[in-house]
Design a protein around this ligand. Sequence first.
Ligand SMILES: Cc1cc2nc3c(=O)[nH]c(=O)nc-3n(C[C@H](O)[C@H](O)[C@H](O)COP(=O)(O)OP(=O)(O)OC[C@H]3O[C@@H](n4cnc5c(N)ncnc54)[C@H](O)[C@@H]3O)c2cc1C
Length: 559
Amino acid sequence: MLSRPVERLRERFDVAIVGGGITGIWVAREAASRGLKVALVDRGDFGAETSAATTKYIHGGIRYLEQYDFGVVRESLRERRILALGAPHLVEQTKFIMPAWRWSKPGAPILGAGMALYDLLSYDRNREAPSSLRIPHPRWMSKKKLLKSVPWLEPSGLLGAFAYHDTLNVHPERLLLAYAKSAEAAGAVLVNHCRADAFVVDHRGEQLVVEGIRATDLLNGESIEVHAGVIVNAAGPWIDSVLATLGRDAGVGVDRSKGVHVLTRPIGGGTVRDAVFARAKSGRHVIVSPWMGKSFIGPTDTPMGGEEIRADRDDVRSILDTVNSTMGRSERPLTADDVELTTVGVRPLIKAPGSEGTYTASRRHELYHHVKQGIENVWTIGGGKWTTARATAEEMVDELFRHELKRLREVKTNSRRGAAFGTFAWARDAGPYLADAGRELVEAGLSTKSAEIVARLYGTEYVDILHLVLGDRRLAEALPSGDIAAQVVFAVSSEGARTLSDIIDRRLIAGTVGRVDRESLEWVARFAAPLLGWDASRAEREVSREDARRRAADFSRTA
Ligand SMILES: Cc1cc2nc3c(=O)[nH]c(=O)nc-3n(C[C@H](O)[C@H](O)[C@H](O)COP(=O)(O)OP(=O)(O)OC[C@H]3O[C@@H](n4cnc5c(N)ncnc54)[C@H](O)[C@@H]3O)c2cc1C
């Protein structure tokens, strides 16, 4: 249960973490389960920034082979297996189709060599995996078979395709939440909507001895000092801004790259079940994923200047042009009118000398120990991927026990074999559990659609939703997305949600499957307001504010 225990931030901690994206959350989970007393603050909601804007894959990153980044690919493939076994209800094996046309660059023989290498690097992929999570070897598909599976592809010059498997992160927002709950269950104090403004510093000559962070609770404006033996800066793309408050060069450089996806009507009319790695003649590629009955397409990868994060018409055009140029004439090209939603995130990439742009920049992570710059008790985590956050956290906590926290006793645990909070069982086929949970929810009055959402996205916590519904039948009322009112109640009472966006975008699925209209916002506010202590006029203001925020973020309204 995430309770937002803001008062507890005044206790003394071994580790204080800035940033509750997937990196910070995993550090909190790893550190707390290894016996450390941990606090984490995020200026927004957990996982609301980059970690919610991904392509939704826990993957090896086959395209990084083109950059000879074998280390990143191997680590990612190892982590793909670990995360899949730890949360089988929230991950799914997905077949990827990589078509090869006569004009494709790289051509079919090189793609084939890449496939073989990818397969080799994932040599342990099926160790302890149940049948539902087993990953087969890649194989070549003839043109005829390919067009049967993916009829929308441009047939002219098409040779066939390689088919390989990676793992779908069904709902990254809720999987991150599951890790946050694991961290809290292990004793970590996690507080969202709490911004780190500065460090608490003792100046000793040239040395800056950091003793904590100064933070502001953004829900009431109160200042809080969080004291800790060591600070981990896990602010993703903004690690440099956090360090800037020290007023000294901390030796960290970040390249920010904007990544946009669009959610559209399903290409091919909803019959295509596989993800397609569509590489156009221009050399750009997008991944077209079937998701919730629609097509989720992206990402873009463009260097970012300022701090405004917003998808614009150029981003959307670039995605649509890329995918349209891989479609046959029989398929109606996508237009901006087909776009129901955009997501946008900023990749935190490590600034590397000689890098030729963000698209080819490495996705590796880096741990910075700032003692070299005369700053004591601060570490920064740069770069990385959603997929590799656990490994990064493991390495980070090893370093803390080697340096600042070496006098503390470590509890021996192994997150490589740990189930995420709410998982039915480690390394087990989730199918039978999901079927049983779904049946129980339908018997309690939920529609099949709602029951499927609750069973899959809440895992064992479906029981909490069920009890809410059994206690008050009105809580089975549903939005068009299939989300039910009990989820709203649970989001506020047990999952740390404090704003309408926290509820809609990261606890429910409503905000991720299409536009959310004012009526839906009012519906959510109706159930959330009494729990959040909002009177009618406050609820009205919150609805208006959230409606305006969503309209401003809607690319179709940008000039
Ligand atoms: C378009 C796109 C697609 C991607 N697809 C994939 C994919 O399919 N698979 C994959 O493995 N990876 C993918 N990635 C990479 C992955 O999303 C990122 O590597 C990962 O989410 C980074 O997590 P993070 O915690 O480091 O950063 P973030 O998620 O950005 O978290 C940083 C947090 O720090 C907080 N913060 C910042 N400043 C402060 C402050 N002063 N005080 C308190 N809090 C602060 C922010 O609010 C934020 O929540 C993708 C990235 C992008 C952009």
